[in-house]
Design a binder for this molecule. Structure first.
Ligand SMILES: [Zn+2]
Length: 122
C-alpha cells in the first residue's frame, strides 16, 4: 500500500500532527483525504512524497514477482499461483492473473473451479 502525506492548508487551524504534515497508508483507489483525521481542518495532499511511495510500491511489486519466479523455477506451482493471484488482485495486473491461472493448471488445479473467483473482463 502506498503512503500519502497530507498537510494542513491553513497552518493556523492545524493541530500538531497536520501542521507539519502526516503520513497515511491508503489503497490506490481510496479517496484522498480532504480533512485531517485528527482535528478536521482542511488538508492537501503533498504530491512529491506520493510519487516516492509509488516507486517504493513498484519495488515491492518487483520483489513479489521475483518470488513468483522462484516458486515457478522450483516447480512450486500452487505457491506461485496463489502469490500471483493475490498480487494481481492487489495491483489489477491482468498478466499476473493469467500467470496465476497457468500455474494453477500446472499445479493440477482445474482453473474452471476458480472461475467464480475471477472477475469478468470489462
Ligand atoms: Zn490536524
Amino acid at each position: 500500500m502506498p503512503i500519502y502525506e497530507y498537510q494542513a492548508v491553513n497552518p493556523d487551524d492545524a493541530c500538531p500532527s497536520c501542521r507539519h504534515g502526516f503520513e497515511i497508508f491508503q489503497k490506490i483507489n481510496e479517496k484522498p483525504l480532504s480533512t485531517c483525521i485528527c482535528c478536521g481542518t482542511k488538508v492537501k495532499k503533498i504530491v512529491s512524497l506520493c510519487r516516492a511511495a509509488v516507486i517504493e510500491y513498484s519495488e515491492a511489486h518487483k520483489q513479489v514477482e521475483n518470488r513468483i519466479h522462484h516458486y515457478e523455477k522450483s516447480g512450486m506451482w500452487s505457491h506461485a499461483a496463489e502469490l500471483a493471484d493475490k498480487q494481481s488482485e492487489k495491483t489489477g495486473d491482468k498478466s499476473l492473473k493469467t500467470r496465476a491461472l497457468e500455474n494453477y493448471n500446472l499445479a493440477g488445479v482445474d482453473s474452471g473451479t476458480l472461475s467464480r473467483h475471477t472477475k469478468p473482463d470489462d
